[in-house]
Design a protein around this ligand. Structure first.
Ligand code: GDP
Length: 180
């Protein structure tokens, strides 16, 4: 078979947020449609590429996952360097992960290019359907976005049920492409 690995654009996308919010699973859903119950224990970055057809262009989405190094300041430079898009993830059932967004936003302001497109994703919405489960409210999320206008869009997702993920990456890639 003839593998054509050529592409028209390379967009680096950094997926960030506290440990356990589901970053790896969101990425593996998008890249290979898989989901895992295990939490990874890798130290370092995971980088994967997905060639993606969009508006007649072949886009190479280079997706960075912060494996096991959450909240390590020293990694930010590499994580954000030349990145075109940032997906900031929290767990809709975890107040800690929502509060953790403040840290990540600071990192973005400090190290990410001004031109980077930033989306916010609340993950694990499958859990939010259970009666009585604690969830971060829409009001809290909207309030957070108002404080940080650099966040362009907000998406609801579940890596477990494969919800909202294609939409997030597609919209991000489209938004970046429109600026090119
Ligand atoms: P990361 O540390 O942010 O990369 O998080 P992982 O992708 O390793 O996921 C952490 C844990 O949350 C694992 O046990 C996953 O199976 C679980 N998880 C991830 N996404 C979801 C989701 O959408 N729904 C549910 N119920 N669990 C999830």
């Amino acid at each position: 078979e003839d593998y054509d690995l050529g592409f028209d654009f390379l967009f680096k996308i950094s997926v960030i947020g506290d440990a356990g919010v589901g970053k790896s699973n969101l990425i593996s859903r998008f890249v290979s449609d898989t989901f895992s119950l295990d939490t990874k224990s890798t130290i370092g970055f995971d980088i994967c590429n997905k060639i993606y057809d969009l508006d007649g262009f072949r886009i190479n989405l280079q997706i960075l996952d912060t494996a096991g190094q959450e909240r390590f300041r020293s990694t930010s430079d590499f994580l954000f360097r030349f990145c075109a898009g940032i997906i900031l993830v929290f767990d809709i059932t975890s107040k800690t992960s929502f509060q953790g967004l403040d840290f990540w936003i600071e990192e973005i302001y400090k190290s990410a290019p001004d031109s980077a497109i930033i989306f916010l994703v609340s993950n694990k919405h499958d859990l939010a359907n259970d009666q009585g489960t604690f969830v971060i409210t829409d009001e809290e999320i909207t309030h957070f976005q108002e404080k940080h206008p650099k966040i362009l869009k907000i998406f609801k997702a579940s890596a477990k049920e494969n919800m909202g993920i294609k939409e997030t990456f597609h919209e991000l890639a489209s938004t970046i492409l429109q600026k090119e």
